[in-house]
Design a protein around this ligand. Structure first.
Ligand code: TA6
Length: 311
């Protein structure tokens, strides 16, 4: 079984307007509400690819209940731990989508801090659920947990159970999490620069940064409009972006990661998997909401997808 963990799930409120100009009143064209938090997205994307999985995480208050209901409406198995804490709510993230030029800006709440007794409950739940050969995917913001080694701790639990760990985090949580030597990480370009400890200039620089991460078998670096560069063992692949009508790019990295996991689960070849990954990611960019993607459109885009083995 694949388990996703979202320590800080959210309700994503998406606000569409023509253009955001500082100090000017912006007239809202429409608003939409969907799920936020990277693990929730991964669970939904996997479900859309017919890959069974269960979403774990922590929800709080009425917003937390709403998050669970939204997850269930996508047909995902949910085992969130829910808490009612005086005056506290799972976070809301706000995304502005400027229709002129399709610029997306995410504003993310911190979310209530989780006490160590809550994270202990989660660790106990994971210990009880995980079996050998399961996959534990640790994703997204964890700044609501004081202990920056939380992902390392969860990864160790997984390893003790014989499960694989996939990590998609940022900042200190990423650098700490890497110490547990996960099976796969999915940094974006900025996160790879952070891991490398320097500004990466070009593709060759990216490749050498990926090659220096020898202890992690799969490193998939998503590169926004530039596609992705992915390391499988000592092999490196360049994944080109498919041509799309961009609408909302939030969530496309989650779709990319989901496709790689799906490819591994279904036993597809690497190039086939990466073509699917860039296609679902492209389909997610065309969607108004931050969650999910259109399967038919992804299939259509896959006909144009280009992947090259660099090394
Ligand atoms: O990847 C997109 C997205 O999941 C958004 O929908 C938004 O909720 C945000 O990222 C959350 O990411 P975070 O790293 O804060 O958990």
């Amino acid at each position: 079984m694949i388990y996703t963990v979202t320590l800080n799930p959210a309700v994503d409120k998406i606000i569409f307007l023509d253009e955001f100009i500082k100090e000017k009143t912006a007239r809202i064209k429409k608003t939409l509400e969907t799920l936020g938090g990277k693990g929730t997205h991964l669970s939904i994307d996997l479900k859309l690819m017919d890959v069974d999985n269960t979403a774990l995480g922590i929800t709080i208050g009425e917003n937390g209940k709403k998050i669970t209901q939204m997850m269930e409406s996508w047909g995902v198995g949910v085992r969130f731990l829910h808490y009612e804490l005086q005056g506290l709510e799972s976070r809301t993230n706000y995304e502005i989508v400027e229709l002129n030029g399709n610029v997306c800006t995410m504003m993310s709440e911190r979310g209530p801090m989780l006490s160590s007794s809550i994270t202990d409950d989660l660790i106990a739940q994971i210990k009880g659920l995980l079996r050998a050969d399961d996959i534990l995917v640790l994703m997204g913001d964890a700044s609501n947990v004081q202990d920056t080694a939380i992902y390392t701790e969860l990864a160790q639990v997984a390893k003790q159970c014989g499960a694989k760990v996939i990590l998609d985090a940022s900042g200190t949580y990423l650098v700490e999490g890497i110490k547990s030597k996960p099976y796969m990480i999915k940094p974006n370009f900025e996160e790879l620069c952070f891991i490398a400890g320097r500004e990466l200039k070009d593709e060759a620089d990216v490749v050498s940064a990926l090659e220096s991460i020898t202890e992690i078998p799969i490193v998939a670096m998503t590169w926004s409009g530039n596609g992705a560069v992915v390391k499988f063992g000592s092999d490196i692949y360049r994944v080109y972006p498919v041509k799309v009508r961009p609408m909302n790019e939030a969530g496309c990295g989650d779709a990319f990661l989901a496709a790689i996991i799906a490819g591994q689960e279904k036993g597809w070849g690497r190039e086939e998997t990466l073509k699917w990954a860039t296609s679902v990611s492209g389909s997610a960019v065309e969607s108004e909401i931050t969650t999910g993607f259109d399967n038919d459109r992804a299939m259509e885009l896959k006909l144009t997808a280009k992947v090259i083995k660099l090394k």
